[in-house]
Ligand binder design. Structure first.
Ligand SMILES: NC(=O)C1=CN([C@@H]2O[C@H](COP(=O)(O)OP(=O)(O)OC[C@H]3O[C@@H](n4cnc5c(N)ncnc54)[C@H](O)[C@@H]3O)[C@@H](O)[C@H]2O)C=CC1
Ligand SMILES: O=C(O)CCC(=O)C(=O)O
Length: 387
C-alpha cells in the first residue's frame, strides 16, 4: 500500500490512474510520494518516508532538486505534457500584441450604453490598429517541447522563424521544420527579430538572460514574450524600455508587482498550462512515473536521478539503492549480498552527475537486515525493498 500527497490540485483523470493500493493523505509524514504543480517546496522539510516527487508540469524551479537528490528522493517532471497548452497561449500573445485587441474590447464595453457605438467604432478603431504577424521575424530562444511547437506553428502562420538552442535534443531537432533558421549566436536573435519568445528553463545560467544590454541590441518596437519564468528577464530594465517604446509590448505569464500595472504589458496569471488537456496529460504522466518508481523501482523522466528500467518486478526480490556517484559502490553492494548468501539475478547501475541508482534483482526476497547493512555503506542515500 502506498500513500501520496497533493500540494496543488491535480487532475482527477490523472489521479484515477492510481490503483486501490494507493490512498491520498494530507500528512506528509505518511506520504510515499508527492504530486505538485507550482507550489514552492524550497522551505519544506521533507521527511524520510518521501520516496519521490512528481512535478505535474515542466519547470522544476519550485523544487530543491539537489537537497532531494541528497536525501535519495527522486524528482520527476512531465516533459512535453503541457507544451501544446503553452504554445496556444504564445500564439495568442503574439496576436494580442500586434493589434490592441484588449484595448479595443475594453473600449466597446465602455460604450455599451451608447446607441451610436457602431458608428463611433468606425471613427475610433484606428487607435487599436496594428500589424499582422505574417512575414515578421520571430526569434525562439529554447527549442524544447514548447519552443519547437511555437517555432513550427509560426512557420505555418507565415513568419520567418529564427531558432536558438545550443543544447537541443536530437529528438526535438528531428521535429523542427526545415524552414526554421538555425541561429548559433543568440545576439543574432536580439538584433534581427520583431518578436522574441523565451522557452528555456530558469537556471543560474539563464536567469536575467534578457538584460539591459540584450534589450539595447533589439530592434525598436520589438515584442517580447515570456511564458517561461519572470526571473529570465531583468524586468526593471524592461520597464524602462517599455516606457521609451524600444520594446513595444511585453507579454508575460508571470504576474508580479513590477509588471502588473506597467505600460504596454500584457500579463496573464500563469495560465500557460491551465487547460483541461494539459492538466490531464501532466497528471496522467506524473502518476504513471510515480507508480513505476514505487512499484518497480524504474525511473523515467527524473530531473535529479538517472533513468533506469528493469521492467515490471516479477522476480523473487528487488532492491533499489539511491547513492552517490562514487567508486567502489557496486562491489560493496555485492559483498553485502554475497555475504548473506543472496544471489543477484540481474542488476542495473546508472548515474547522472553526482548521483547514481542501482536496481538489483535477487533470487530470494531481501530482508530488513540486508537493507540496514546496505544503508550503512558510505555514499548510500536510500535503500528500498521493492519486493
Ligand atoms: N507558463 C506556463 O504555464 C508554463 C511554463 N513553462 C516554462 O517553460 C520552460 C520550457 O518548457 P519546455 O519547453 O517544456 O521544456 P524543455 O525542457 O522541453 O525545453 C527547454 C529547452 O531550453 C533549452 N535551453 C536550456 N538552456 C538554454 C539556453 N541558455 N539558451 C537556449 N536554450 C536553452 C534546452 O536545451 C531545451 O531544449 C519550462 O522550464 C518552464 O519554466 C512550461 C510549461 C508551462
Ligand atoms: O502547473 C502549472 O499550471 C504551471 C505549469 C508550468 O509553469 C510548468 O509546467 O513549468
Amino acid at each position: 500500500m502506498f500513500q501520496y500527497q497533493c500540494l496543488n490540485p491535480i487532475s482527477k483523470v490523472g489521479l484515477d490512474g492510481f490503483t486501490n493500493d494507493y490512498t491520498k493523505t494530507e500528512e506528509i509524514e505518511k506520504a510515499d510520494a508527492i504530486l505538485v504543480r507550482s507550489a514552492s517546496m524550497h522551505e519544506m522539510k521533507l521527511p524520510e518516508n518521501i520516496q519521490a516527487i512528481a512535478r505535474a508540469g515542466a519547470g522544476v524551479n519550485n523544487i530543491p532538486l539537489q537537497d532531494c537528490a541528497e536525501q535519495g528522493i527522486v524528482v520527476f517532471n512531465t516533459p512535453g505534457a503541457n507544451a501544446n497548452g503553452v504554445k496556444e497561449m504564445v500564439i495568442a500573445g503574439m496576436l494580442l500584441a500586434s493589434r490592441d485587441i484588449v484595448g479595443g474590447v475594453e473600449w466597446v464595453k465602455q460604450e455599451k450604453d451608447n446607441e451610436n457605438v457602431g458608428k463611433l467604432a468606425e471613427k475610433q478603431k484606428k487607435q487599436f490598429a496594428g500589424c499582422e504577424i505574417k512575414g515578421k521575424k520571430l526569434g525562439v530562444i529554447g527549442l524544447g517541447a514548447i519552443g519547437a511547437m511555437v517555432a513550427n506553428t509560426a512557420i505555418y502562420l507565415g513568419m520567418e522563424v529564427y531558432g536558438y538552442d545550443p543544447y537541443i535534443s536530437v529528438d526535438t531537432a528531428w521535429k523542427l521544420s526545415r524552414e526554421i533558421k538555425h541561429i548559433a549566436n543568440v545576439e543574432d536573435i536580439f538584433k534581427e527579430c520583431d518578436y522574441i519568445t523565451l522557452h528555456v528553463p530558469l537556471l543560474d545560467s539563464t536567469k536575467g538572460m534578457i538584460s539591459k544590454d540584450s534589450i539595447a541590441m533589439m530592434k525598436d518596437g520589438v515584442v517580447l514574450l515570456n511564458f517561461s519564468r519572470d526571473l529570465l528577464v531583468d524586468e526593471t530594465a524592461l520597464i524602462d524600455a517599455l516606457e521609451t517604446g524600444k520594446v513595444k509590448k511585453y507579454v508575460t505569464d508571470f504576474a508580479n508587482p513590477t509588471v502588473a500595472g506597467a505600460k504596454n504589458t500584457l500579463v496573464t496569471p500563469h495560465l500557460g498550462a491551465s487547460t483541461a488537456e494539459s492538466e490531464d496529460n501532466c497528471a496522467c504522466m506524473a502518476v504513471k512515473e510515480l507508480r513505476d518508481y514505487l512499484e518497480n523501482g524504474n525511473i523515467h523522466n527524473s530531473v535529479n536521478y538517472p533513468n533506469c528500467d528493469m521492467g515490471i518486478c516479477g522476480v523473487a526480490g528487488r532492491i533499489a539503492i539511491n547513492h552517490k556517484n562514487v567508486v567502489n559502490m557496486i562491489s560493496q553492494f555485492a559483498t553485502v549480498l554475497g555475504g548473506a548468501g543472496m544471489n543477484i539475478s540481474d542488476m542495473t547501475n546508472k548515474s547522472k552527475g553526482d548521483y547514481a541508482y542501482t536496481l538489483i534483482d535477487l533470487e530470494t526476497p531481501a530482508t530488513q537486515e540486508i537493507i540496514d547493512k546496505l544503508d550503512e555503506i558510505e555514499g548510500v542515500l536510500k535503500v528500498r525493498i521493492i519486493k
